[in-house]
Design a protein around this ligand. Structure first.
Ligand code: C2E
Ligand code: CA
Ligand code: CA
Ligand code: CA
Length: 275
């Protein structure tokens, strides 16, 4: 048994070493990717439930790697987080979004675009100055930007979350609580912080946890608080029917479109022929 244990230990250590090597090479590749500008923002439409028109988009990051192909955020954002690379990469996202938004606005497509923030970005002391600088470079319009945060970011005991959110609000940005209902579901936070939009997590919409009554309750509360309610992860007409019967303002999901490269997005959603 002792022998066996030693073997298991050796396997374990070997596995760990492999994982660490992979992580290190991914981190190095991400640094190069940043230098070579391989990060590309995709856009998923946000649709008005009542008019069925596209009123906005969520910016979703992709890594177009010549070696790895198109890499999805779940496969690289965690390493960006732990390595700190999320800061410079995240600021590029703001810059890209602001440029794209201005270009679309000039062609008659005025969209509110939301940008995700991760915990590490949110708690970074240089975040606000970084975003201001990125928007200045790209002549961005904060009034048409929305910041997506998650509830866990509001759990800090100090005043930092409030200061950051107040600063965003002062810049004219809107603030959305993402993945709502999956975490601490702190309805009090909705009152305590300047929050304008609540994004109901896709697990509710898809009825995966068969807790649509809870989703109903959340929607009613949001309505009372005059928040904009967005349903995420709408894939079927049945789900859209359920949504349309509720006080939900917008939806996102594969039913309308996946996140698309900017060119594909405008080909589908800018009606007017472009000059
Ligand atoms: P999220 O913010 O919750 O984004 C929604 C995710 O759900 C996206 O995955 C989107 O493609 C996917 N989705 C949209 N509609 C549907 C649907 O109908 N069905 C299903 N099953 N999924 C749908 P994606 O693009 O892979 O992004 C994953 C996560 O990566 C995001 O989750 C967000 O937390 C993070 N992320 C993406 N872009 C950025 C970024 O620029 N900065 C930061 N910090 N995080 C980002
Ligand atoms: Ca999001
Ligand atoms: Ca979400
Ligand atoms: Ca998320």
């Amino acid at each position: 048994a002792k022998e066996r244990g030693r073997n298991d230990m050796a396997y374990y250590e070997e596995g760990l070493a492999v994982a660490m090597r992979q992580r290190t090479s991914l981190e190095a590749d991400l640094r190069h990717a940043l230098e070579r500008d391989e990060f590309e923002v995709f856009y998923q439409p946000r649709v008005c439930v009542h008019t069925r028109r596209v009123v906005g988009a969520e910016a979703l990051l992709r890594w177009r790697s010549p070696e790895r192909g198109l890499v999805m955020p779940d496969d690289f954002i965690p390493v960006c987080e732990s390595s700190g690379l999320i800061m410079p990469i995240g600021l590029r996202v703001f810059e890209q979004v602001a440029r794209q938004q201005a270009e679309w606005a000039a062609r008659g497509l005025d969209l509110q675009i939301s940008v995700n923030l991760s915990p590490r970005q949110f708690s970074h002391p240089g975040l606000l100055d970084g975003i201001r600088a990125a928007l200045r470079v790209a002549a961005g319009r904060p009034a048409r930007l929305e910041i997506e945060i998650t509830e866990s970011m509001l759990l800090a005991r100090d005043e930092r979350p409030r200061e950051v959110l107040d600063a965003f609000e002062a810049m004219g940005m809107s603030i959305a609580l993402d993945d709502f209902g999956t975490g601490y579901s702190n309805l009090a936070a909705l009152q305590r912080y300047p929050i304008h939009t609540v994004k109901i997590d896709k697990t509710f919409i898809q009825g995966l946890d068969t807790d649509r009554p809870l989703a109903d309750m959340i929607v009613s509360m949001c309505r009372l608080m005059r928040l904009t309610v967005v349903a995420e992860g709408v894939e079927t007409c049945d789900q859209l029917d359920w949504i349309a019967g509720r006080a939900i303002d917008q939806y996102q999901g594969f039913l309308c479109a996946r996140a698309l490269p900017a060119a594909a997005f405008e080909a589908r959603f800018i009606d007017e022929p472009l000059a």
